[in-house]
Design a protein around this ligand. Structure first.
Ligand code: AMP
Length: 182
């Protein structure tokens, strides 16, 4: 059986991309919903806008990855978020004779992000989509995740896209790019 967290992405949008999409946030929220030990640990961090510790997160990612059938590729959504996670991902893939293909960086100004997340709070009711936690998540992003941009540039696989005012525009630009990456 497929893990609940492995969603089939909209494969029609691109002939190249992917069979699977692993969103680490979705994986953690499924654990919380299931009331598991991991979910209990994760909840405290998520509610505070903090990152789950690297070792735990890397372990979860590897287990989810290994539970997927072989396919054309995987999109990692929300992972890596620290340099340690990126190094671990590279190691994990090379141990399996797989490799990192491309990294997509989205540049969105914080005002737009805040508005989008507050809107998502109304639609999805996510507990961490409140203004106080969002601000903490921005701080954590600048401190722990932003340095990854340079890490991926050095790996030669960073591709930066700037928010164009609509999700559909953004997605069509990204999928058109992915189609050139055979
Ligand atoms: P997301 O759904 O990607 O916005 O993630 C929601 C929350 O889950 C984050 O604010 C973190 O607390 C936690 N989380 C998700 N992915 C990771 C990760 N790669 N490393 C650490 N924490 C994560």
């Amino acid at each position: 059986m497929l893990p609940a967290q492995a969603r089939v992405p909209t494969a029609t949008k691109s002939s190249h991309v992917t069979t699977w999409d692993i969103s680490t946030g979705d994986v953690l929220r499924a654990e919380i919903k299931g009331g598991t030990e991991l979910g209990k640990i994760a909840q405290g961090y998520i509610d505070n806008g903090q990152l789950i510790p690297d070792e735990l997160m890397i372990d979860i990612l590897a287990k989810t990855y290994d539970s997927l059938p072989e396919g054309k590729g995987v999109i990692f959504d929300g992972f890596p978020r620290t340099i340690a996670q990126a190094e671990a991902l590279k190691r994990m893939l090379s141990e399996r004779n797989h490799e990192l293909g491309v990294m997509i960086e989205l540049i969105v100004d914080e005002e737009t992000l805040l508005a989008r997340l507050l809107n998502r709070a109304k639609e999805q009711g996510r507990a961490d989509d409140n203004e106080e936690t969002i601000k903490k998540r921005f701080e954590v992003y600048h401190k722990q995740t932003e340095p990854l941009s340079e890490w991926f540039r050095k790996e030669g696989i960073r591709n930066t896209f700037t928010w164009k005012g609509s999700k559909d525009l953004m997605l069509s630009e990204i999928f058109a790019f992915l189609d050139t990456q055979k």
